[in-house]
Design a protein around this ligand. Structure first.
Ligand code: GRF
Length: 220
């Protein structure tokens, strides 16, 4: 005889996977804040920020993490790259991190480090990158062909090139800098009187939605 409280009549526990992010910052951390806010408002229901790492002691991003009581760590520029990578490789499993978000992190990792975390490190880059990350040109939605800007000072370089559209891309990190496959991307028009600061600020406004979209896509 079957018991009336057999498993068929008991509501089944739903097992929900919670993804645990490490967010690495070097600056103002406005994109970290966008993630914190999205988690707070329920937009990223399967996500927690497990750890924030900064390589600048006075990074505002570090203050944001402390304000929200997120475990945070300062790994100074004076540490060698192998030292930083060894420290992170110890911390990620300790904090059960499964997605690493480079949100304005200015230190390049070695290929050995990156290949330990296939498709687990994503980066926010303030310029348009192609779908597969490869090549030297990008065709914008209005059909213009623009150069690909990788590396540093890409907002100023877009201005200097005299193009009309730039943007931002979230992409997987691979050993070649800013050349991994795209996760999501958005265009930002360049205005005639834009300074680097003005344009970067408008790009960041777009990035705040883009980074949340990318994390949602990877954790849904
Ligand atoms: C962003 O524009 C990102 O694309 C670039 O660094 C900036 C970080 O901004 N890699 P914030 O520190 O999140 O405000």
């Amino acid at each position: 005889m079957r018991n009336s409280t057999s498993s068929a009549s008991v509501p089944r526990e739903t097992s929900k996977i919670i993804h645990r992010l490490a967010v690495l910052v070097s600056g103002s951390g406005s994109n970290l804040q966008a993630l914190i806010d999205a988690i707070g408002s329920g937009e990223l229901p399967n996500v927690e920020i497990a750890l924030v790492v900064s390589n600048k002691a006075n990074a505002v991003g570090l203050q944001r993490a402390l304000t929200h009581k997120i475990p945070s760590l300062y790994l100074p520029w004076s540490m060698t790259r192998p030292e930083v990578e060894a420290k992170l490789a110890t911390l990620f499993p300790l904090f059960q991190v499964d997605l690493i978000v480079l949100a304005g992190w200015m230190r390049i990792f070695t290929s050995d480090f990156i290949t330990q975390y296939p498709q687990c490190i994503i980066n926010l880059h303030p310029a348009l990158l192609p779908d597969d990350g490869q090549g030297n040109t990008f065709t914008t939605q209005d059909g213009s062909v623009i150069p690909i800007f990788r590396g540093l000072h890409v907002v100023q370089r877009a201005l200097d090139a005299g193009i009309k559209v730039t943007g931002s891309t979230v992409h997987y990190v691979t050993p070649e800098v800013d050349a991994g496959p795209m996760i999501c991307r958005a265009e930002v028009p360049i205005e005639d009187n834009d300074t680097e600061e003005m344009l970067h600020e408008r790009i960041k406004q777009v990035e705040h939605e883009l980074i949340v979209q990318a994390v949602r896509e990877l954790t849904d």
